[in-house]
Design a protein around this ligand. Structure first.
Ligand SMILES: C[S@@+](CC[C@H](N)C(=O)[O-])C[C@H]1O[C@@H](n2cnc3c(N)ncnc32)[C@H](O)[C@@H]1O
Length: 259
């Protein structure tokens, strides 16, 4: 309760009630310099929705939302179930309170589970998904990393984390990433990195760095672009840029060069 936390700051930006004074103070400080981050949080949620719809339309029936945060409608299972009522959805977050809230909300929702897991330990998450037979890795699955990867520092090896998930994904699986861009307005970046040193510390990355996370995936159009461009042509640009990208595992199984 003494330090700001990304799940609760995001909850505040999305209009939720699961946040403390320290989170609201940080969010308000960010909003005073960058009021558009509230809109951007919603654009990013809309990108998540678009990614789930695209995956479901492509026939994917299993979804893993990594860094899912506090429930905020429409949640992944609500979007997926509009297209396929029997789709399985697993929410994963390392914030115990967010997972507890997810659990409470989802009690009774068909095929939906909330797990405590740290993205930086992908094998632990994969073990939970396998051991509880939550995901069938012989079938395509969509992994979502929406607004999460920029909380993974370079020395925590984000590319290796993605590779660990990718190597389990059947052909025709999807990975959707929304990642804060280092090409955003420098003043905004200064404000948003002011939280560094807390659990809301961020590592914004370039378009090229974000694209490199999708090694081994076929990049879907329009590529690695601001999330607005995935949604509608008339949405305003934001000085803080959130890059969105969706990749699909090719129909043949991908192996790294020399691997
Ligand atoms: C900005 S919120 C995004 C929430 C949601 N995906 C959305 O787009 O609205 C970031 C979320 O990632 C979670 N998170 C950050 N680092 C994580 C990690 N290493 N493992 C699991 N979850 C993490 C936070 O707890 C928080 O809920």
């Amino acid at each position: 309760m003494d330090t700001p936390n990304s799940a609760r700051v995001n909850d505040y930006l999305l209009g939720g009630n699961d946040n403390f004074v320290v989170d609201r103070d940080l969010a308000r400080q960010m909003l005073s310099s960058a009021p558009e981050i509230k809109t951007l949080a919603w654009f990013t949620r809309s990108f998540m929705r678009k990614a789930v719809e695209m995956a479901a339309d492509a026939g994917i029936r299993q979804f893993v939302d990594l860094g899912s945060g506090f429930p905020c409608s429409p949640n992944v299972h609500e979007v997926a179930h509009e297209i396929e009522p029997y789709a399985r959805v697993v929410y994963v977050d390392y914030d115990r309170v967010a997972v507890a809230h997810c659990d409470a909300l989802l009690a009774g929702a068909l095929g939906v589970t909330a797990l405590l897991g740290d993205v930086r330990r992908p094998h632990d998450i994969l073990d939970q998904l396998n051991n509880h037979t939550l995901i069938n890795f012989n079938e395509p699955v969509a992994f979502l990393l929406v607004g999460v990867l920029h909380y993974v520092m370079d020395d925590e090896h984000p590319a290796d984390i993605i590779a660990a998930f990718r190597d389990q994904m059947a052909p025709g699986s999807y990975l959707a990433i929304a990642h804060g861009s280092s090409d955003s307005d420098p003043e905004i970046l200064r404000v948003l990195t002011a939280a560094n040193g807390t659990s809301a510390q961020v590592a914004f990355r370039s378009t090229a760095q974000t694209e490199a996370f999708l090694a081994g995936f076929e990049l879907l159009e329009p590529g690695v672009v601001p999330v607005q461009q995935w949604l509608r042509p008339d949405l305003p640009e934001t000085r803080m840029v959130m890059l969105g990208a969706i990749g699909a595992t090719p129909s043949h199984r991908w192996r790294p060069a020399g691997g």
